[in-house]
Design a binder for this molecule. Sequence first.
Ligand SMILES: [Zn+2]
Length: 238
Amino acid sequence: MKFETILRGIFSVTYQEADFVKRTHSALNKFGFTADNAIGCVDVCRDEISQSFFSHVRDAWGEAFNLSSLAGMFFAGRTALIAAMHHAPDADGKERYVFYAFPHIALGAEGQVGVCMRKGRGGESSACGALNAFQKEMAEKRVTLAMDNEDVEQSLLRMRLLQEIPYGHVPDLLELTRTAQKVIQRDLENTLKPIINTAQCDYAVITGIQIHGPEGNYIWPASCYAVIGGMKQEITLQ
Ligand SMILES: [Zn+2]
């Protein structure tokens, strides 16, 4: 089966990554967001195959504030958001933030979930490695919930995601990635709402899943909206 057919079978709607960022940019232009008056804030995994997202955001909005952690989990927290909020342009008396937040997953040429090839390396690799490692721990019943000071982000990932997984259930990598997406969005929103002054700030939250195909990255959008003057409005990616 063709890769695109498999991709569409798993994720109903996807966009090539560069195209996705362009679409969000032009949709937000209509709400008054421009490269000159807005700042991008990006939360993706630390994996190098995720970093292309920053390049596309840089092309559209300029350099972005980095909110990333392993698996794209939102661990940067209130301190990072407050810092970003002291960095946005405010020339017209309004601050504008564009938050992009995604976990990621690889999809092989034959549709193998979690499988990717890496430049200069023989054999198959996996993504997201952090989610894959946690999934294997659950499958092998060897999850440890203690904080490991030599593995802080992965410890936090286990603690946070286990709150969302019914006791004894072992999700596969795709289900775990979908769970991570919901958690990342919720944690970002819950952290953002009490600290953002919507009388002074407009913002957009754009979340989904970053997918690594054999020929490049795609985005499945889960939730894309803007909050303008305190009013939530859906973004249409035409
Ligand atoms: Zn990852």
